[in-house]
Ligand binder design. Structure first.
Ligand code: SF4
Ligand code: SF4
Length: 76
């Protein structure tokens, strides 16, 4: 079994701009984005499965608040 290579670019979500509207979550076909409620009770989008992201950029295109930037993933 081979492990899947990560997409060349992954969504970086700016929590300061994200309003929690959920449009990116609805746009993501592999369902790797979700809305979470933070300690301050604000909702925000998070990428919960980096390996499952195809790097399609649909989430970034759909975000009305310009909160998602596609970035090269950092090595970790
Ligand atoms: S880039 Fe595509 S697959 Fe990845 S989180 Fe955004 S919509 Fe989903
Ligand atoms: S579409 Fe943009 S503002 Fe809405 S939840 Fe996603 S990142 Fe946040």
């Amino acid at each position: 079994m081979t492990s899947r290579r990560p997409a060349p670019r992954l969504p970086g979500i700016d929590p300061g701009r994200c309003t929690g509207c959920g449009r990116c979550v609805a746009a993501c076909e592999p369902r790797v984005l979700s809305l979470v409620t933070g300690a301050d009770w604000r909702k925000g989008a998070v990428l919960h499965d980096r390996a499952g992201c195809t790097g399609c950029s649909l989430c970034a295109l759909r975000c009305p608040f310009d909160a998602i930037e596609m970035r090269r993933p950092a090595w970790d």
